[in-house]
Design a protein around this ligand. Structure first.
Ligand code: GLC
Ligand code: CA
Length: 491
């Protein structure tokens, strides 16, 4: 039933658990804290939440290094807390999408010692493969006297999906969680679960293929074409196996590939993150290329996000006005739209804390949620400091006309009325307009006024005058019944 609700253009809210709400004063967000704040998601009007990893973990990659998939990490609570969260979410009509990491485990998972054949080994460094976080993807293990492959941190050895035991074990884990009532899974870095068994060198990347990755702290990784470590045919075979074995689970794919390579994933899963979108500049021509035709029947869904726990925040990327325009885009596209916690109040990237927490530089985007003027995230000392709760917090923005929070609420409500695929009406570097059914969405991304066609305004941000849309402004319009002689078309 919940899956049914998620089927058409849902809005999901990404909860970065460690930074959302702390219930016991240790400065670390936890499950009980999240449960106590679920009404914020209800107020916002979202359909569900993407819950970042909750499993037992030594936290080298803050939960993306799992040492036990069937238990809750002690800082985050207990299994009863998790059951209570799922229950409380369902009572409020919210779906829970669990982040699962099936391409690698923690080096502390017992499989690593007791089932070494579930990992990928070589006697010498066999090739030029790189870790996403930099350096060789091979690490020497003293105990085994061999090298193992890790696509991410060395504390995250990759699983060997060439061994059928891995599939069996992973399906068992997924079954455990669907049995506990989760509504679906975000399949973390799915494209990299299978690698070439011949361990061949990867070719150098064509520099033109790297456009948009300039901001990426992982430039070295992208200097190679990952033809032997990503997007191998077996990835789709395994996705199909999962979709078949868990027909009621919603599946959200994370595969960092160009849009045109995502189609097969979109057909098998409910949606697949559009990395071309998150990396695109706010340029009408570039954006039109990424969104044109989205929502066309038979193509499946893209998942849209403009920031997350790995990427800079919207306000820091573009400034407040353009972030407001980008929010209109994010929430008016067909498919799955994701809001990263804090973006709905316009949080900015922070300075990190006195101690470096994430070795690859993502502390800036993981500062705690700002609930009120004194923070409200914890009664203790937050694991990363607050940024600016005095000027940016949920409490002050709730019900305040024109606040970022109210803009998000309005846009989510309006989204329910949008129907049909994206049809581009105008695409220029500083301007983008597209139609969805009877609605026209116009975004002025530039510094000059832009001409605006007729239509009744149902949403606006920035400056709008008859026939003109001000710089860094956006509107949603419906055709005037007078001028068309009928109701806006619905599909
Ligand atoms: C995904 C996560 C990221 C994590 C990586 C390795 O990209 O979003 O946070 O570090 O996978 O699991
Ligand atoms: Ca806590």
């Amino acid at each position: 039933m919940r899956r049914e609700r998620l089927r058409r253009d849902p809005v999901l809210y990404e909860v970065y658990l460690r930074s959302f709400a702390d219930s016991n004063g240790d400065g670390i967000g936890d499950l009980a804290g999240l449960t106590s704040r679920l009404d914020h998601l209800v107020d916002l009007g979202v359909d569900g939440l993407w819950l970042t990893p909750v499993f037992r973990s030594p936290q080298f990659d803050f939960g993306y290094d799992v040492s036990d998939y069937l238990d809750i990490h002690v800082e985050y609570g207990s299994m009863p807390d998790m059951d209570a969260l799922i229950d409380a979410a369902h009572t409020r009509g919210l779906a829970v999408i669990l982040d699962v990491i099936i391409g690698h485990t923690s080096i502390e998972h017992f499989w690593f010692r007791e089932h070494p054949d579930r990992y990928i080994w070589a006697d010498q460094i066999p090739n030029n493969w790189l870790s996403v976080f930099g350096g060789s993807a091979w690490r020497h293990d003293e105990e085994a006297g061999r090298y193992y492959y890790h696509r991410f941190y060395p504390e995250q050895p990759n699983l060997n999906w060439g061994n059928p035991e891995v599939r069996r074990a992973v399906h068992e884990i997924l079954g455990f969680w669907t049995g506990r009532g989760v509504d679906g899974f975000r399949l973390d870095s799915l494209d990299g679960i299978a690698v070439d068994p011949g361990l061949q060198d990867e070719p150098l990347a064509d520099p033109s293929a790297l456009r948009g990755r300039e901001r990426d702290p992982w430039a070295q990784y992208w200097s190679l074409q990952h033809v032997h470590t990503c997007n191998l045919p077996q990835v789709l075979t395994e996705l199909k196996e999962i979709a078949t074995a868990f027909p009621d689970a919603a599946l959200v794919v994370e595969a960092d590939l160009p849009n045109e390579q995502l189609l097969p994933y979109m057909r098998l899963a409910d949606c697949s993150f559009a990395f071309d979108f998150i990396r695109a500049p706010l340029d009408g021509v570039a954006l039109a290329r990424v969104i044109d035709g989205a929502g066309l029947a038979g193509r499946g869904n893209l998942a849209w996000a403009l920031s997350n726990h790995d990427q800079p925040r919207m306000v820091s990327r573009w400034g407040r006005d353009l972030a407001g325009v980008a929010a209109v885009l994010l929430l008016s596209l067909p498919g799955w739209s994701f809001i990263y916690q804090g973006d709905e109040i316009g949080m900015v990237d922070g300075p990190g804390g006195p101690d470096l927490r994430d070795r690859s530089g993502r502390d800036a985007v993981r500062h705690p949620m700002q609930w009120n003027r004194s923070g409200g995230f914890t009664t203790g000392t937050p694991w990363l400091p607050f940024i600016d709760p005095e000027v940016c917090n949920v409490e002050d923005q709730r019900g305040a006309a024109g606040s970022t929070l109210e803009q998000y609420r309005t846009l989510i409500r309006l989204r329910r009325e949008l129907r049909g695929p994206v049809r581009i009406v105008a695409a220029e570097p500083g301007f983008l307009a597209f139609r969805r059914g009877g609605h026209t969405i116009s975004l002025n991304l530039g510094d000059e006024d832009h001409e605006l066609g007729p239509g009744q305004l149902v949403y606006m941000t920035g400056r709008v005058e008859p026939g003109r849309l001000g710089p860094r402004s956006a509107v949603v319009q419906v055709a005037d019944p007078d001028s068309t002689g009928g109701q806006p078309s619905e599909r």
